[in-house]
Design a protein around this ligand. Sequence first.
Ligand code: URA
Length: 429
Amino acid sequence: MHDHDAVSIIRAKRDGNALTDAQIDWVIDGFTRGTVADEQMSALAMAIMWRGMNRTETARWTTAMMDSGSRMDFTDLPLPTVDKHSTGGVGDKITLPVAPLVAACGAAVPQLAGRGLGYTGGTLDKLEAIPGWQADLSTERMRTILTDPAIGAVICAAGADLAPADKRLYALRDITGTVESIPLIASSIMSKKIAEGTGALVLDVKVGSGAFMTERADADELAARMVQIGLDAGLRTVALVTDMETPLGRTAGNALEVAESVEVLAGGGPADVVELTLALAREMLLAAGIDGIDPADRLADGTAMDRWRAMIVAQGGDPDATLPTARHSDIVRAPASGVLTRLDAGMVGRGSWHLGAGRSRPGEPVSAGAGIEMHAKPGDRVRAGDPLLTLHSDDEARLARAGAELASAWQVEDTDAVVLRPLILDRIC
Ligand code: URA
């Protein structure tokens, strides 16, 4: 461990060399303990961004980040454990319905989630829109909820000891233009998911204007890298590559997405949210080794909704409480009759960020009620004057800023020929 120094490791990667196991262990350990400076780690992240890391390096980087903290262990639970992770997209609220749904089918779902930095809030920000709901749980309390036969799913904040090297590195990457590196994203996500102690993992890798990966080949590579890292770590891992060219569902925003998730659990909700919830639930059950149960039945018979309610109550929330709404709203209407041929996820995401649903600095509060309702989806026929979008914000001035962002987010055309991309593009295992 003593014959390395940060500068030669940075130079090695800068010049296109593969890092050795010992170099990776040394630099992550030093960064965690504060002997490798933020400036040095930022330079190394930029070198990795340009030069990449091969499979061996990425696997070692993941393990080193995982080993910077402690690994949770749920192998003694009486039920198989399985989790789902999405690389993030606009309107992606699937964790909310899928965790109680999969628990209703007989698996335990230990989900450690985060707060968002980008367009809309993360899963925790969404759940915090529910009055009383608490994200922080002790490991003991997590176990109690996971083993409760009436609950079985928990969505909570990752503790400070879960891959702390990743927490610090992600904060640096966020301010140094080094987020969009496939090996860094893959190792960041997988170090946390392996440390979380789940026995199986289903990844939802998004591709399109509202995702980290805008190109299909990059999304496929990210999915393949993550699956490989998971399998190498003994985790049953599978990935779906799914479309994020248009937002998922009809809402983007924190409380708005909770309300839509509850609709899905009640047996309704937008067709695309239901399709992806069921597809991911089926993959999770398969990965957990549970067969003979159709999750669609658990949505239809109300058991998934019962689990949701119990899960919210177990974390101090009131599932019957009225969700917060924003103080101001504005409606965008169709200028002419025709078919909505495009609704751009990236622009809708930036619009909801302007409205106050996301944050620009870590720790900043998000608005629970802010966001966008989408009254039409690509392929829908609209008449002149029909509402296309409703914008919600606590700050009236933000409505205009979001409106400007959204002006070119959609297109209504006089056509019958709309080619819609399938939602689920590939399955990688
Ligand atoms: N999510 C993470 O946890 N890490 C990344 O690097 C990107 C998305």
